[in-house]
Design a protein around this ligand. Structure first.
Ligand SMILES: O=C(O)CCC(=O)C(=O)O
Ligand SMILES: [Fe+2]
Length: 178
């Protein structure tokens, strides 16, 4: 984000929140170019650092770490000095899903305080949250919109992706243990 301004969110009961224009379209396009040039940095999450589902199943997607150490210029331009409710942005995982890739229903394992997921394209694909009453909140992919949650309790999943490729950022606020 060009302005690098801190952000404030108000938590509802389900601890989910939405941030419109978390990243501008131009920023998403810039990041898509960076990602296209960094293809060799992605790891296969079906075999390494597997995001194991509640039922023990494995998802299928790739990811790449974007942080001050790995991409200092990009970090400085778009991510440094960002915070939510005073908690600083620590690092960003870039997720890549090819058609049919998915993440099963899971709770995140990392210990971040806030997590904001940001699709880098608009499409029919989505991120879905499930609350304690089995109610689903479908977050359709809207380029640059942030879908956030507090803590690592919310159950969520990415249904099999329909696009030929889907990119999303997983922005982690607060000290992390991956
Ligand atoms: O790609 C997304 O929208 C969500 C990713 C996710 O839940 C995760 O990486 O744990
Ligand atoms: Fe997750």
């Amino acid at each position: 984000m060009e302005t690098n301004t801190p952000e404030t969110v108000h938590l509802n009961n389900s601890k989910l929140f939405k941030i419109d224009n978390f990243l501008t379209e131009a920023c998403c396009d810039f990041l898509l170019d960076v990602i296209a040039e960094s293809s060799c940095n992605f790891i296969d999450r079906s075999v390494t650092s597997v995001n194991i589902g509640l039922d023990g199943s494995h998802g299928r997607y790739d990811s790449m770490l974007l942080c001050v150490e790995t991409f200092p210029g990009v970090w400085e331009k778009f991510f440094s000095n960002r915070s939510i409710n005073g908690i600083p942005l620590d690092s960003v995982m870039v997720n890549r899903y090819y058609s049919g890739d998915f993440i099963p229903k899971h709770r995140d394992k990392q210990g971040s305080i806030f997590t904001v997921c940001v699709p880098l394209q608009t499409s029919q694909d989505s991120l879905i949250f499930i609350d304690d009453d089995e109610q689903q909140t479908v977050c359709k992919d809207i380029k640059g919109t942030g879908y956030g949650f507090f803590g690592n309790k919310p159950i969520h999943y990415v249904p099999p992706v329909q696009q030929s490729v889907r990119y999303s950022l997983v922005c982690l606020y607060g000290p992390n243990t991956y």
